[in-house]
Ligand binder design. Sequence first.
Ligand code: G4P
Length: 528
Amino acid sequence: MPELPAPIARRRTFAIISHPDAGKTTLTEKLLLFGGAIQMAGAVKARGEQRRAHSDWMKVERERGISVASSVMTFDYEGCTFNLLDTPGHEDFSEDTYRTLTAVDSAVMVLDAARGIEAQTLKLFEVCRLRDIPIITFVNKMDREARDPFETLDEVEQTLALEVTPASWPIGMGKGFLGCYDLFDDRLILLARSKGEVPDAGDPCQGLDDPKLDEQLPGHAVESLREQVEMARGLCPEFDLEAYRGGHMTPVFFGSALNNFGVREVLKGLISVAPPPRPQPTAAGPIEPQEKTTTGFVFKIQANMDPKHRDRIAFMRLASGHFKRGMKMKHVRSGKTLTIHTPVQFMAQDREVAEEAWPGDIIGIPNHGNLRIGDALTDGADITFTGIPSFAPEMLQKARPDDPMKAKHLGRALQQIAEEGAARVFKPRIGADWVVGVVGALQFEVLADRIRTEYGIPVHFEPTTLYTARWLEADDHLKLKRFIDANSTAIADDHDNAPVFMARNAWHLDRASDDNPDIRFLKTKEQV
Ligand code: G4P
């Protein structure tokens, strides 16, 4: 592999995946704190209105106390530029999370030391596995009563079918948690010294037999540390960079984000082992980041980030080249050329205009709705990025305006929301209602609130008897047309006018697909 130019090689674009409550927000906050991107602890976590004013844009978010929208935070630490893509922890918003994961090169998986792998972690991990995203594991909350570290390692290995190797080893736990021994860097890191805002670098040691350990730790703690590490080394394979980068092995750090403990080691781990920007999949094969042509893809659209300015921001991940402000790029889907005058860069608390960006970076492009998820921009030949999924919704409801005269306006609002990727919107061929599909029930409330506040249309959702939707495809257009004509009561069009089969129940779907082997009933549709 040719060496990457320095500005690309020093980028680390990653996401944190976890189950709600495992400590993702706390870890994010500490990462930003160490990266100098924020000045004080508590700025990310909603411990007051401060954070909410910056990153919880919507009323629903405030009411519910959950972060609905993903965002991007950029910071520098020890010569690396980190782009941390925040993913919503709530399971109802997993679709957004899935797409965010298409834009990262690696992930940090946060586990609660007492709970191990939980449902949401597993789901997110599976998405990472689909894309072979390398994962660093952080076992958080070691300052509380936790599971035995061997048990945690074993669970990760068994549940995720992933090789595990400890990167640090905890010394005690709960009230008796004293710190960790950094196995990557042979250092003793003590909890008591980590509480300050400048991370303690630990004490370099000459391996585990170093008498320093006996001087600084109580006898029983050193003894069990030596014993356990020996055992762990016997049980776990050594760290293997290739296996990690291929998504087959995870190094495991132990710590306590709340106590600033272990966070520095995770950052160090990201610097030393996490991959720089990886090649991105396109229809014509992967595109390398160091290619001269500047290309990028949109993986997220967000409307009304700032309630004062009714704007839409398309989040684009740079895949190759070198972006400069004012650059002209071709929007491949429409064939039009866009001049990107005000690309937005996302710092921890602010948005700034980006003068330049490199592969791995995320820039926000303000637009009026012409950019959509999956869109490619390039200053060279046409390109199509692949693997950005759109999911078949699991819940379908009818959207009805409270005022029937507003039906047309509602249609336009729903069309925009569908283009953003916030929900699927279907117009049945027969009947006047719009059907909205989501992955999680809470999304209906969020949508109703948005339509009311952003578009001024009071709206309500009503249950339907529909079971699911499947996109229809066939090689033979005539056969597809015949199927559609024969089943018109069950056919709708999505916002791109792609035909969709609306199944009443599982049987209806099975029957239709069994009877029509030439037609593909697709659960996901790649965004094109
Ligand atoms: P999330 O984003 O993954 O949902 O988790 P978050 O960071 O909000 O953490 C969930 C709870 O766990 C918070 O407590 C947080 O303070 C706590 N926590 C995070 N890391 C640690 C740790 O290392 N040790 C201990 N003991 N607790 C930790 P909370 O009571 O829900 O919120 P708060 O009032 O403390 O903000």
